[in-house]
Design a protein around this ligand. Structure first.
Ligand code: RNT
Ligand code: ZN
Length: 426
């Protein structure tokens, strides 16, 4: 698209939004506050690099599809992430799972990982001037094969995972220290039961004990912040999830750590957007895993839908930008993975820009006066306002492809990099 026509469309859009009392320039400026944490695992279907042929297993997380071109080593993951970063407006962070360590061909078990295995990632983030988040990987491992990790009744397994978590937290603190930006460490475990269990309480007692043990060391909030991620169910864990929302919200509040809300982890009619202002009455911060569940926690590529919009709008309406950490969590292996990444991240960013283009104070005022027809009418009219012109202008200003222009860039990358990668790796 031509820069000139983007400018013209923007001026028209600006005038239209101004009639509603919205300043589009201010909205664009405020996009700076929205930093999205890019989940490294979209590049390789949550495989990681502990062993050359590592595949995802455990707890009902599943990447489906076998589209060619997936990253098969750290250099390729970084190459892909750099490509993704070059196609996104605004600021991002990188979110790494422990299984993506730089193990240099050595077999390092999860209770043995150290900062040195992540130093090259820290250096890479430093060179890109971006922050980094981190995750313990409590799945795809023989000691998680029976479906239990931190809540395992097998003491050897339980202490193994406690040690893993301890080490991940220490690594996170070092990441935050070196990068000068707090690293959010998220704990998600697959623990649950396929069929009706008897001893739900026993496993929850153990999970609490394990978390207490693993989180006994306190790190400064400047270095790292803990988050715990709840879940409703997983495939193979339909009847009970140990780390349920009740469990983790209680744990987060009791210990003043972050709750991680993944919008694939609730009943389908529940909305994470509605949970944010509840959690933030009792917690300083929350972490989001933005995803798109289709019938189950399927982790489809995020698109601009009502669920996502409510999440972004609730954050912006309440000025929660500093208290809500936005992470992504989807992995689609059935289409070009870089394309999936860019579409999903841009959709998330679009939702925030739309939220910033809302005349919120006017709507609050109408609501306060009981003028709910007027509130409804404005909300409906907002849906057909020229948001696209503002988004395009924002992308132009940020020096990234406008509109559909990124499709060609990704096609070229597929031709030149991804397709060759598959041939070499066959
Ligand atoms: C699984 C959780 C978890 C994982 C990642 C890989 O249901 O959503 O966040 O997807 O940690
Ligand atoms: Zn998640």
């Amino acid at each position: 698209m031509k820069g000139e026509s983007i400018d013209q469309s923007y001026e028209l859009a600006k005038a239209k939004y101004a009639l509603l009392g919205v300043d589009t320039d201010v909205a664009i400026l405020k996009m700076e506050e929205i930093k999205v944490s890019l989940h490294c695992w979209q590049t390789d279907d949550v495989g990681g690099f502990e062993t050359p042929d590592a595949t995802l297993s455990g707890g009902g997380i599943q990447a489906t599809g076998n589209y060619p071109g997936k990253a098969t080593n750290i250099a390729e993951v970084r190459q892909d992430l750099e490509k993704v970063l070059s196609l996104l407006p605004g600021k991002q962070r990188i979110n790494l799972h422990a299984i993506y360590g730089d193990f240099k061909g050595e077999l390092v078990d999860r209770d043995q990982i150290e900062v040195k295995h992540f130093q090259s990632w820290i250096d890479w983030c430093k060179s890109l001037k971006i922050g980094m988040d981190f995750n313990a990987s409590c799945f795809s491992h023989p000691k998680a094969a029976d479906g239990f990790t931190l809540s395992s009744k097998n003491e050897e397994n339980r202490t193994f995972w406690v040690e893993h978590l301890k080490r991940c937290r220490a690594i996170s603190a070092e990441i935050g220290k070196q990068l000068g930006s707090p690293c959010i460490h998220n704990t998600w475990i697959p623990d649950g039961s396929k069929d009706t269990p008897i001893d739900r309480n026993g496993h929850r007692l153990l999970l609490k004990k394990s978390l207490d043990e693993a989180m006994a060391i306190h790190y400064s909030k400047e270095q790292m912040k803990d988050a715990v991620e709840s879940k409703l169910f997983g495939i193979g864990a339909e009847s009970m999830t140990v780390g349920s929302h009740d469990f983790y919200l209680g744990y987060a509040i009791a210990n003043q750590i972050l709750i991680c809300l993944d919008n694939g982890h609730f009943h389908p009619t529940e909305q994470v957007g509605d949970k944010i202002s509840s959690c933030l009455q009792f917690l300083d911060e929350v972490l989001l895993h933005v995803t798109r569940p289709v019938r189950w926690d399927s982790d489809h590529v995020v698109i601009l839908n009502e669920d996502l919009q409510l999440i972004a709008s609730e954050i912006v309406r309440n000025n929660f930008q500093k208290r809500v950490n936005v992470g992504l969590d989807f992995f689609d292996a059935s289409i070009n993975r870089i394309g999936a990444y860019v579409v999903g991240t841009r959709a998330t960013q679009k939702a925030f820009l739309i939220a910033l283009l809302e005349p919120t104070s006017k709507l609050v005022e109408l609501e306060g006066m009981g003028r709910n027809f007027e509130r409804l009418a404005i909300l409906e009219e907002l849906k057909t306002m020229p948001f696209g012109a503002v988004w395009d202008y924002y992308c132009l200003k940020e020096g990234v492809p406008v509109g559909t222009d990124y499709i060609k860039v990704i096609q070229d990358y597929e031709k030149e990099v991804l397709s060759r990668r598959t041939l070499i790796n066959l």
